[in-house]
Design a protein. Sequence first.
Length: 259
Amino acid sequence: MTDGIAWLDDELGREGYSLTMVKGITAEALAVHLGARPGTLIDPETAPGAVELFHGPGSSELPDWAMVGEAAGWAFALETPEAGHRDDRLAPGRDLRSRHTVVDILDTTMDPPSVTVTVDGETDWTLREYGTADASHPVSRRLITEAGFRAHPHGVFGDDASGVLRVLRVLGDHYGLTLPRAAVAEARLPHVFTEPRTLLHTEARCPSCGGTRMLPHGPRLVCVYYKVRDVPGYPPPGCPGEVTGAVRGEPNPKYGNAP
């Protein structure tokens, strides 16, 4: 008997959460990929005051952090809903989905939870606004038979009455997902800061499309809409959508509040 993931809405749904689960890597490897420095995990089981630091008064002044662990062959990271939208997560070479099997669940509390599942670099199943366009997928079919969803010509849809719990139960059963409920609820898992220690400012427009959202990549800036070619994570020098000499950095002041 495992805890599954159906309990997430009960424990975390009120404040929202971002859950990233990656198959076949360690919790520390996932933390580093999300922005943490290697060797900086803080384990509340052995670090006095860690739970109070991350969850107590003044914790909102800390850099973004993740609570990480491993279960049933998956590494997982739980963060605030805002963490997954940081620009540094979008930079070239940082896309976990392109090389791994990944489950992303985002609950902002403003909209129904969204789900993206990528298997070996290919999108396998998604859920948006309680709807999925892939009516033939086993998860979609089970949502019809077990969670009150209905098939329509353009996809499979449910509503709030269908229940987040049943969606997460079916999703967890199909992909073999589980999380340790007590350890998550009591924050007894390693925590780690993932926000950049140096804030990089973009000071240029994309020479290709004119967009203003440029992502730092070493000494260069790469347009957020630019798709990396040839070598994943390493745009060829001088290509369209890239400029050099436009990155300005400054220390992240939130780390002044961290141990």
